[in-house]
Design a protein around this ligand. Sequence first.
Ligand SMILES: Cc1ncc(COP(=O)(O)O)c(C=O)c1O
Length: 336
Amino acid sequence: MTLDTIPRIALAALPTPLDEAPRLAAELGLSRLLVKRDDLTGLALGGNKARKLEYLMAEAIGQDADVVLTVGGPQSNHARMTAAAARKCGMEAIIFLGGLPEVRRMSGNLLLDTLFDADVRYSATARVPQLHKLMESEADLLRAEGRRPYCIPVGGSTPLGALGYVAAARELAAQLGTADRDCVIFVAVGSAGTIAGLQLGVKLFLPQAHVIGISVSRKAKPLKKEAARVASGSSELISAGVSFSPEDFAILDEHMGERYGIPCREGNDAILLAARTEGLVLDPVYTGKAMSGLISMARSGALDRNRTVVFFHTGGDPALFAFEDEFAGAARFRIV
Ligand SMILES: Cc1ncc(COP(=O)(O)O)c(C=O)c1O
């Protein structure tokens, strides 16, 4: 199989735009900053999961699934987009979220889950491996009832799902001019499927580029290991003949703040700077923290100022609306 023969369905509006961000570039002393707008993939308000779901849902359809199961964090973008993709394919969705609902305020992604009528199961204590176990047990029950479940691990970060980002790297390569091809690409890292696919895609289609992942959840060491596993698996699926080790990945883990899902000062400042220089919307869980990594490296002189920087905007904007209190102090208004 090749990247173009593996079954894929159309869920995303592609290619996503590659926008100039000249005011933010000037603020950071960079000669050129481009934003790859995967927040505009279209499916259920957009985000990176649409690309992964194009391959995963094709497999679900191939298996004649009638219900899709997945897991995620308390404001999971992945779960929201999976629920939407399931509906678009005529299936139901059951999602297992780590965290308890704020029943008073089903805000952000939780509101969207409600619109898609996803069957949401919350667990305050479960971590990802336990959420996976809950999902698998539910799938067994469904099979016993004659249903046809399709399970998607956290973030859709399987070798098959990551192919979405191999294709994204090829798409980016086609959009970049010759002078920009030795760019530095920044991307948020959660379950590591996005960076895994990107790294493989860059190796195949944009070999001069350098990818830097900014972790929003775990330490760099386990993430690099996971990324190498997924990227090698993706390579195998498309017979690319490349294998990866953890050292092939550059992932920084000092920009996540206290922990996953908790906004931090650096990330919130990055959100305000991007909004106020470019009218660009980032979120406190993923892209704000990723942008804070880019900002910190640019300001400390760790980036070659003459090299084009590409910020991969992976979406996540709905989560911003679950954190409005974070920005209460930044509001400027008067009553007239
Ligand atoms: C908005 C956003 N950005 C980035 C990521 C990270 O992608 P991955 O989990 O593939 O590392 C996610 C994943 O949940 C996400 O929702």
